[in-house]
Design a protein around this ligand. Structure first.
Ligand code: NAI
Length: 226
């Protein structure tokens, strides 16, 4: 498959295609046209074709795309054909919620262990995953071929822990701490800030309010009602 230098915008749309195609596959759909996929996903058919053309177009022939082939090819592009071994750092509220979400396994992401600085948590388990002390982390990463660390600790400690993780051979960090991590370019960091998504929602609500007020100029602003 031909693969050019792909923009991050295209890459960020691939998981959504993958998810929809997975659902179509489970529903027993064999083929789908870009127009049908467009209707389903609420994106334009030309956007879909442009995105897929970055990867050689996925050989659309006759009527539409072969769903299973497309699902598998996008999975390969996303690196989902290889399983990933993960550790959690920080088994608090957020960390435990992530470990309890079993669906990551279905995508090939396996939590192998958790680490925490709280001695009361060390030796206990969450969803069958054992919590170890921070001193055991280096050996564990090495022994279990861990490639991804999930960082759910306060931002004050996140940078120094990230630097240790890099020294121990971690290749990817899924970072929930609200800080930019000082890591070399060879280490991939994906920052997740749930509140960014919430703020985007808030922006869209505000924009919708403004549009409604334009359409209905007689609307009485808050605080002016008698
Ligand atoms: P929490 O206090 O419930 O859990 C934090 C855990 O980290 C505790 O078990 C604690 O013992 C452990 N810990 C603290 N320092 C450590 C260190 N140096 N090494 C190893 N373990 C350490 O906190 P919660 O609610 O789980 O949040 C964790 C982090 O995630 C916070 O930084 C919070 O701001 C962030 N967060 C980020 C979100 C996002 O969308 N990015 C959403 C929610 C929380």
């Amino acid at each position: 498959m031909e693969e050019r230098d792909i923009s991050q915008a295209v890459i960020s749309r691939l998981p959504r295609y993958y998810r929809y195609l997975g659902e179509l596959k489970s529903d027993g759909v064999d083929r789908i046209s870009s127009r049908e996929l467009s209707r389903l996903m609420h994106v334009t058919a030309s956007q879909i074709r442009q995105d897929f053309n970055n990867f050689g177009g996925f050989g659309q022939q006759g009527y539409g795309y072969n769903v299973e082939y497309l699902y598998e090819e996008i999975g390969k592009i996303l690196g989902l054909d290889n399983a990933h071994n993960m550790i959690l750092i920080g088994a608090g509220h957020l960390g435990c919620a992530l470990i309890n979400y079993m669906n990551f396994r279905n995508r090939g992401f396996y939590f192998r262990g958790a680490f925490d600085s709280n001695p009361q948590l060390v030796g206990t388990s969450v969803a069958g995953i054992k919590i170890y002390s921070m001193d055991e982390m280096e050996q564990f990463i090495h022994d279990n071929k861990i490639d991804i660390a999930v960082l759910c600790i306060p931002k004050t400690d996140a940078s120094s822990i990230a630097q240790k993780l890099v020294r121990y051979g971690i290749r990817g960090i899924w970072n929930f701490a609200h800080v930019d991590l000082p890591v070399p370019d060879r280490v991939q960091v994906e920052n997740v800030h749930l509140s960014d998504s919430l703020m985007k929602l808030s922006y869209n609500l505000r924009r919708e309010d403004e549009t409604e007020n334009l359409v209905r100029p007689d609307t009485v602003p808050a605080g002016e009602a008698t």
